[in-house]
Design a protein around this ligand. Structure first.
Ligand code: FES
Length: 71
C-alpha cells in the first residue's frame, strides 16, 4: 500500500507535490524517485518539469485549484 500524495496548485505559481513519487519512462521503468518538490505549470522553468522560480519574473498568473461544484 502506498502513502497518499498531495498536490497543491498554488495561485500564480507551481504545483507543490508532497510525498514520495517515482518518475517512470513510457515502459514503467523507474528513472528517479523524489520527495517533496514543485512542478512547473507556467512553462518558463529551465529545469522542467520542476519549478525553478521563473514564474515570478515571467509574471505568471493563474488561480489556485478550485474544484468545480455542481449544483
Ligand atoms: S511554475 Fe515556477 S517556474 Fe514555472
Amino acid at each position: 500500500m502506498s502513502e497518499k500524495i498531495t498536490l497543491r496548485v498554488k495561485a500564480n505559481g507551481s504545483i507543490r507535490v508532497t510525498g514520495m513519487v517515482d518518475f517512470v519512462d513510457e515502459n514503467g521503468t523507474v528513472l528517479e524517485t523524489r520527495t517533496d518538490f514543485s512542478l512547473c505549470r507556467c512553462g518558463h522553468s529551465q529545469t522542467k518539469p520542476f519549478c525553478d522560480g521563473a514564474h515570478r519574473a515571467a509574471g505568471f498568473q493563474a488561480p489556485a485549484y478550485q474544484p468545480e461544484v455542481s449544483e
